[in-house]
Structures are given as structure tokens and as C-alpha cells.
Ligand binder design. Structure first.
Ligand SMILES: NC(=O)c1ccc[n+]([C@@H]2O[C@H](COP(=O)([O-])OP(=O)(O)OC[C@H]3O[C@@H](n4cnc5c(N)ncnc54)[C@H](OP(=O)(O)O)[C@@H]3O)[C@@H](O)[C@H]2O)c1
Length: 289
């Protein structure tokens, strides 16, 4: 089928395009330079021109702290952007897959969040993503809202490549500090892309958590990365008050893929296994090229 991807130049968007092409789909990849989702007219023109069966909307302004300082930037790209893409999909009869966020809850729950928990975003970025969900649900009849865990993947050059950021940090600091009181479900972009392809085929529209299985603290995540990179650096657990951040990010963004499991289509592997696969079979080979 023909699938249009927004934000195709980003970390997730680029891996989505690779995976979709691997499945034999026809991919119309639109990076920000060719489709700025803040422009309704542009979104309508391009979707009318391409006539995709499905649009995967992965574009977003993703700087959480900058969104806190300049909320309009986040609401324009993320809320208005999702609204525009939803209107264009509705007009040209395309299924819409909206990539939302794991951080839309208040973070106080001790177990991972399911799709049946009530969102209560604490930051402008997460609120902009959650409002995007509501507008997608209102304006696009055939939609999936998919909430990934903490994403990693893409190539070394991607600004948001978390593994590469930790490797660079390790080159300059013998000891790396990381928060022991912030929790999430690290998720490989390629696993995410494969799972949503299977989900789209069910036509069981609605809201889904799509994260690798299990959860850990930011410290657990960083320690696992440094181990698989084979680096000697020590990783030290600290409280998150060690880091000065503009955005009051939630303590827990851990997700459980409850609806995928209930529908019998859960294919995600444990996060530690996926992370080892990415670092050993993709990241290090690219680094050593
Ligand atoms: N990374 C995570 O841990 C995580 C977790 C949960 C959900 N998500 C969601 O996953 C999606 C992909 O994020 P990512 O981590 O791959 O981040 P990313 O690398 O920053 O990708 C986002 C892409 O969207 C583009 N973009 C920004 N504003 C745009 C606009 N107005 N119109 C069109 N494109 C625009 C960016 O282009 P420029 O770089 O040129 O600005 C970038 O290429 C986003 O929807 C994000 O909210 C990410």
C-alpha cells in the first residue's frame, strides 16, 4: 500500500521509511523541508497529490525543555500539526497513524501506564501531544493513536540518537551520572515500526501503547548502553534534581502494551534484548565503518 510519512527526516521517521520499504510498501517520505505540518493548505495539497492509503504522522517539535520556554512552538507544530494532518486525511480518505507520547500521564503510578489510565500531562510539550490525540480522534474517522516508549534508533547523525549522545558523553567524562528516579520503557524505533505495521493491518482503530517490554530507570538504561558499547566508564545513579530542566517531566513514563496484548498481536521484545540488538548489530557497525 502507499504510505505517506511526515517527519521522515527524523530519528523515528527515517527508520519507519526503511522498515516500510522493507515490507514492500510504496513510501512517500516527507521531511519538514517538503511538508511543514503547521500549514493546512500544504498538508491538503500533498495528500491530495499523493493519495496515500495511510499517513503515519511522526513529525513533531520534540525539544521538551524548549517547549516549556516557548509553548506556542510546541502547540503550533504538535497540536495544530496533528489537527491539520487529521483534516487532510479525512478529506482524502486516508487512515491516520498519529505518533503520540509516553509522557502524557502525571508520572505518579508505580506500575506501567496502560491505555485505560487517564492522561494528565505536566509539561507544555506533553500537553501539545495529548491535545493532538484529541483532535485526531475528533477529525479522522479511521485513526490509530500510538504511544511509543523512550525511543532510540536511527543513524549516528540523528540529533536525538540517545545512544550516540551517551557515547559522546563517555568520551569526555570518566563517570556518567544518570537519574535513578525517572522511569520509562526504552523502545527501538525498528521494533516500533514493525509492530505498528501489524497493527494497521488489523483495522482495529484506536489508541495503543507500543513499547518494548518492561521498564527501567534512566540510570538502568544508560548503564545498559555503556555496557553494550564496551566502554569502561562508571555510571553513577543520582536524583533527577541533579539536572536543571525547564520542563517538569513526569517521574514515570513506563508503558504497558495492554491493548496489543488483549488483541493477541503483541510482538514487542524485552527492552534489554532490543537495545543489545541495536547497539551490537546496527550502531557499532555504523560507527566502525
Ligand atoms: N524520542 C522519544 O523518546 C519519543 C518518545 C515518544 C514519542 N516520540 C514521538 O515520536 C515522533 C518522532 O520523534 P523523534 O524522536 O524521531 O524526533 P525527531 O528526530 O526530532 O523527529 C521529528 C521530526 O519532525 C520534524 N518536524 C519538526 N517540526 C515540524 C513541522 N512543523 N513540520 C514537519 N516536520 C517537523 C523534525 O524536523 P527538524 O529536525 O528539521 O526540525 C524532525 O525531523 C514525534 O512525534 C515524537 O513526539 C518520541
Amino acid at each position: 500500500m502507499k504510505i505517506l510519512v511526515t517527519g521522515a527526516g527524523g530519528m523515528l521517521g527515517s527508520d519507519l521509511c526503511r522498515v516500510l520499504e522493507g515490507y514492500g510498501h510504496e513510501v512517500a517520505a516527507y521531511a519538514r523541508e517538503r511538508l511543514d505540518v503547521r500549514e493546512l493548505k500544504q498538508a491538503r495539497e500533498l495528500i491530495s497529490l499523493e493519495r496515500p492509503r495511510c499517513v503515519i504522522h511522526a513529525a513533531a517539535f520534540t525539544n521538551v525543555d524548549e517547549s516549556e520556554r516557548n509553548p506556542d512552538t510546541a502547540y503550533a507544530a504538535n497540536t495544530l500539526g496533528a489537527w491539520n494532518v487529521a483534516l487532510a486525511c479525512a478529506q482524502f480518505d486516508a487512515t491516520l497513524v498519529y505518533v503520540s507520547s509516553c509522557g502524557i500521564f502525571d508520572g505518579q503510578k508505580e506500575t506501567p501506564y496502560t491505555e485505560f489510565d487517564e492522561p494528565r500531562p505536566l509539561t507544555h510539550y506533553h500537553r501539545s501531544k495529548y491535545l493532538g490525540e484529541q483532535l485526531v480522534a475528533r477529525h479522522s474517522a479511521r485513526h490509530f493513536i500510538v504511544r511509543p516508549g523512550w525511543l532510540y534508533g536511527g543513524s549516528l547523525t540523528h540529533r536525538r540518537n540517545f545512544v550516540e549522545a551517551r557515547r559522546r558523553e563517555a568520551l569526555t567524562k570518566p563517570e556518567i551520572v544518570s537519574a535513578k528516579d525517572k522511569f520509562g520503557s526504552p523502545t527501538y524505533t525498528v521494533d516500533f515500526a514493525r509492530q505498528i505495521m501489524e497493527l494497521i493491518e488489523t483495522e482495529a482503530y484506536g489508541t495503543y501503547h507500543v513499547a518494548n517490554l518492561g521498564f527501567g530507570s534512566r540510570f538502568d538504561y544508560v548503564r545498559e548502553i555503556i555496557k553494550h558499547l564496551g566502554l569502561p566508564n562508571e555510571v553513577k545513579p543520582v536524583g533527577s534534581d541533579h539536572f536543571q530542566r525547564a520542563a517538569p517531566v513526569p517521574d514515570s513514563e513506563a508503558l504497558e502494551d495492554c491493548c496489543l496484548r488483549l488483541r493477541g498481536i503483541l510482538r514487542m521484545r524485552p527492552w534489554q534484548e532490543a537495545l543489545e540488538d541495536y547497539v551490537k548489530n546496527r550502531f557499532l557497525p555504523e560507527l566502525n565503518q
